[in-house]
Write a protein that binds this ligand. Sequence first.
Ligand code: J2J
Length: 541
Amino acid sequence: TLTPGVDAPTWPDGFAARYRAAGHWRGETFGGVLRARAAAHPDRVALVDPAPWRRTWTYRELDERADRLAAGFAARGIGRGDRVVVQLPNVGEFVEVVFALFRIGALPVYALPAHRYAEVSWFCSFTEAVAYVVPDTHAGFDHRELASRVRKAAPGLRHVFVAGEPGEHTPLSEVPCAPDGRPVGPRPHELAFLQLSGGTTGVPKLIPRTHDDYLYSLRGSNEICGVDADTRFLVVLPAAHNFPMSSPGWLGVLYAGGTTVLCPKPDPATAFPLVERERITMTGLVPPLALVWTEAAAAGRHDLSSLELALVGGAKYSAEAARRLEPALGCRLMQVFGMAEGLVNYTRLDDDPETVVTTQGRPISPDDEVRIVDDAGHDVPEGEFGQLLTRGPYTIRGYWKAPEHNAKAFTEDGFYRTGDIVRRTPSGHLLVEGRAKDQINRGGEKIAPEEIENIVLAHPSVHDVSVVSVPDPYLGERSLAYVILRSGAEPLKPAAVKRFVRERGVAAYKVPDLVEFVDAFPHTGVGKVNKKQLRSSAEQH
Ligand code: J2J
């Protein structure tokens, strides 16, 4: 399972050889990188977890901690290729755990703190995970209870480790032990972890990333963003998201020998005092947060003068909002348009200001191949918009264990169909104009309508449902469920539909924001629900 190509398609040999020859893939592993940094600058601070009391890890401490945890995991029978679902908020244990897993070649499967029974039990059973790591409680939710329920549904799950009060499970603090010899780590071309995809289908797809490819995206991101040993990066978004992890993110900063500070909550009241106290130089925000930060900064109650760069991405950032960020925060803006499947675009520090506010950047690598095509798959004339296809040294060739979906999501010659509609400027910068895929982008959190439709359909009073996006001035988009009730069914209230979805155990951000009852859906010529038309009637909301 560690070897790409077994459970998911991988780069053909010719491509792999080219990426190695170009120096993109350098034969490093995450475990090896941490070891090397700890040897080079043992006493530099790698990690700060400020809440509820301030804890720090030097590079040496993080390295030793990863070794001891790795040994403890190994002693409990967790080994190379085993999957471990990691659902931790922005706490130091998150970083310790994933490095321990990297070191033994076990694969973290990243779940978001917001995920609930439906998502987590699926991750555990689909990946045949042997362990699940949770906090005790987070944001008022008891993850130990969730873990007990998940355990019943996933018999392969042998361990639940809890950061904090363990309840009936194993405390993470009991796991570390003295390493006996060096674990046989993974090889650079092997899988490092499974990342979550935004998704367009009934169940989320998993993204298999290798050490080689991901480390290249980190190095490239670091160079573009100017990350070095003096960088002090604030992780504001959930650390498991690809954006705060890798663009350049806490892994990029670790790679460069800088300092990562974990922010427990993204609001200015929590983050601004940390920016001030920890002399933060860089952070990454989704557009709705960037708006809130821009407004809050105007109040001028905190000294944000250490900030040098704010990256904004994950969803479309309007040019008007983008124009206000630099003066308000007193730092540079960089737009980033990326995806957990691979390709990441950044505006550049030497781009003219208009390019920075109006485009979503250009690819990291000269070997990122970008095609913009029409519905028939033909390249559109330069400068016109179409669907973005991409292939390159850090873009996957297929999802994990999803051959049928892969046949649709990738072209025969290995381009990933991003589902984004873009246009390219003469300078090679991309503008994201829209989306061809059936997905809702709720302020950077992605929702697959099909996943929610399947849940609503299980309600006994529901005949049919279609979930679409509605424009929202703050989040960019919200979700609306159009519901057709069964004839003769008791009338339902919107709140009852929302409650039904919530009780099925999905992340709160996926619960439809709005529910509307209708008698019929518009259909396309081929009898499918016409979502385009539904979306335009939704715009009246
Ligand atoms: C418009 N749409 C955007 C942008 C992503 C860096 C930054 C973001 C992600 C991410 C990431 C957008 N403008 N600036 O992984 O490393 C939408 C597109 C894209 C999808 C990917 C990273 N930036 N998007 O958001 O896997 O539709 O990754 O295909 O969560 O988000 O979502 P995700």
